[in-house]
Design a protein around this ligand. Structure first.
Ligand SMILES: Cc1cc2nc3c(=O)[nH]c(=O)nc-3n(C[C@H](O)[C@H](O)[C@H](O)COP(=O)(O)OP(=O)(O)OC[C@H]3O[C@@H](n4cnc5c(N)ncnc54)[C@H](O)[C@@H]3O)c2cc1C
Length: 558
């Protein structure tokens, strides 16, 4: 168990290390050279140096026994430094996950202890040239080697694609088909018949080594089959999806904030049309504040999901998918807006936001693409909708109406409008069988993610008002700031759910012309329009908070 003090110390060491060893010039140079700084990655994973990986290794194997919440905080911080290096460190987290979840006690002792004590680097080998989103298409095989009627080992053959740390890891977890189905194997570097390609020439995360692997009859002893039972591989992978997707969500969050934290100070110094850009609404209210709102909505969902995983609520795969989807999409939007915010300078290498934008692009692709996240979210919540006869989101909305009664400023009433609208759109989709169109199913996934994040952020703002937020939670904004951010995001979410929900219902022929006005009212579109009142003053307020002007405004008002 890691205390808040230890966590804060680890974050501080990480920041200081980055400041010293990874200044912008070094990062830009490595990015230009397309080079993975292996010495840095090893330093970060070395137990006698930074020892980041100790955080997630259980105490019984020499680690610090960090929980999901701790690992999220570290992942966000790493992403703020460099997403390529963060990916290299994460590869060891991911690579050892099948072991943490599914290995025998002996295997855990060997491999997790080696990660803790020797700082060995892992790679996670699931994807193949023909099997990306659809891992069921896996072709790598593990053939049993039998001696005296007993399985003594396996011969693994196949190809893996896009493997982070592929060319630099000490050990690999490789997914392969055994006669009983997909299974994880641990393969060490240098095994006979095991090779990797040259690193890929990538769009971003150029400081991370990504390489294809080839396995040609690679022999491993039977004790390298994770868990000792064949056919458990996909279950073991799924058991940690909630957790691993939260880590990538934290990457999107950290990278998005890292870009905004360059744009915000830049805009205070850049004078155009007689004043700093930070004073211009057309700038802050388009490029900065909405991105802050989306990132903080995603943060809220990440933190809640991390707390629930740590409380033992299960793997929470759907919640992990919502967190990843929202945070990585928001991170991409924030980085793109930051390029715009720096104008021509933003488009050059020197100012870093261009690199961050290229880097953060990967987060909507690896660990499950955004489209796969949309599908995962939609399919799961669709079942909830059916099981509750369409009441799932109406019931949730009632909880937010109750929250609004206690905390009238946190946007819970608007989050409730989003949920009622969602319930009505989903019910209409059911009545008219609209989800037979895959596009509609996936768009519903997006709307669900927005509505749930609006609720989560309103809950977070209420907790902040009560001073009951998790002690490890990010506290960049005070209660008034967070409440304003929550109202901004809830308005966006509610309008999106209602307007786009209607768009797809109408677009697939779910309503006749005559039925449209009544359905608009039923889904709450007029109420959602009315809830936009106050939007500009909330945008003004959050801009003031971000630029340190809020206190002055309060003073002036007094
Ligand atoms: C830099 C990098 C590092 C990576 N690191 C690792 C690693 O360490 N280990 C590892 O195992 N893998 C790794 N990956 C692989 C990554 O997880 C996959 O690229 C990802 O899962 C997508 O698979 P794919 O590339 O085959 O794309 P595809 O699955 O072919 O998808 C292509 C497009 O089609 C969409 N699509 C796919 N299926 C559907 C569907 N049913 N309906 C609608 N749309 C669909 C996708 O959303 C995507 O937009 C890495 C990839 C990259 C680029």
């Amino acid at each position: 168990m890691i205390t808040n003090k230890t966590l804060k110390l680890s974050l501080k060491s990480l920041r200081e290390f980055a400041k010293k060893r990874l200044p912008d010039e070094t990062l830009i140079d490595l990015d230009n050279k397309d080079e993975c700084p292996l010495d840095i990655v090893r330093h970060m994973c070395s137990p006698d140096k930074l020892g980041i990986q100790l955080l997630f290794v259980p105490e019984e194997f020499g680690g610090m026994g960090g929980q999901t919440f701790d690992v999220y905080c570290i992942c966000e911080e790493m992403a703020r430094i460099d997403l390529g290096i963060a990916t290299s460190v994460l590869a060891t987290f991911l690579g050892s996950d099948p072991i943490t979840v599914g290995a025998t006690p002996e295997q855990k002792k060997v491999w997790l202890t080696r990660i803790a004590e020797e700082g060995i680097l892992f790679a996670y080998g699931a994807t193949e040239p023909e099997a990306g989103s659809d891992l069921g298409a896996l072709r790598t095989t593990a053939e049993r080697v039998i001696d005296n009627g007993k399985i003594v080992g396996y011969k693994i053959s196949g190809n893996k694609q896009w493997i982070s740390n592929g060319g630099v890891a000490d050990a690999y977890t490789v997914l392969a088909n055994t006669p009983a189905g997909p299974s994880w194997f641990i393969v060490e570097k240098g095994a006979k018949g095991f090779t990797h390609d040259e690193p890929e020439d990538k769009h971003g995360i150029r400081l991370s080594n990504t390489a294809a692997l080839a396995l040609d009859n690679v022999y491993v002893d039977a004790d390298r089959l994770v868990g000792g039972v064949e056919g458990q591989g996909l279950l073991q992978a799924q058991a940690v999806f909630g957790y691993t997707r939260l880590m990538v969500a934290a990457f999107g969050l950290g990278a998005g904030w890292s870009a905004l934290d360059r744009a915000i100070p830049y805009s205070t110094k850049r004078i155009q049309a007689g004043g700093p850009l930070s004073e211009k609404q057309g700038y802050t209210h388009k490029l900065i504040v909405p991105n802050v709102a989306r990132l903080e909505a995603a943060r809220s969902y990440i933190e809640e999901t991390a707390e629930r995983i740590d409380a033992g609520e299960g793997s929470l795969n759907t919640e992990g998918a919502i967190a990843k989807y929202m945070a990585t999409e928001a991170g991409n939007l924030a980085a793109d807006a930051s390029i715009q915010a720096l104008g021509g300078y933003g488009y050059t290498h020197e100012y870093m936001v261009e690199k961050i934008k290229r880097d953060v692009r990967i987060t909507t692709i690896y660990e499950g693409t955004s489209e796969i996240m949309e599908m995962t979210i939609s399919r799961d919540r669709w079942q909830n909708h059916l099981k509750t006869r369409g009441q799932y989101y109406h019931e949730l909305a009632k909880k937010f109406e109750a929250l609004h009664a206690k905390h009238p400023n946190v946007g819970a009433d608007i989050a409730a409008l989003a949920m009622h609208a969602l319930a009505d759109v989903m019910e209409k989709a059911r009545e008219t069988r609209l989800t037979r169109h895959q596009h509609v199913l996936l768009r519903l996934g997006e709307l669900i993610a927005y509505a749930e994040c609006a609720g989560s952020l309103a809950r977070r703002a209420a907790l902040m008002e009560e001073n009951k937020l998790n002690e490890k939670a990010n506290k960049r904004f005070d209660a008034a700031g967070l409440a304003a951010i929550s109202r901004i995001f809830a308005r966006e979410a509610a309008l999106k759910v209602a307007a786009e929900g209607l768009r797809w219902v109408i677009g697939t022929g779910g309503l006749t012309d005559a039925e449209i006005p009544a359905f608009e009212t039923k889904a709450g579109l007029p109420a959602i329009h009315r809830a936009q009142a106050g939007l500009i003053s909330d945008l003004d307020y959050v801009a003031d908070v971000l630029y340190g002007r809020a206190a002055k405004r309060v003073e002036a008002a007094a």
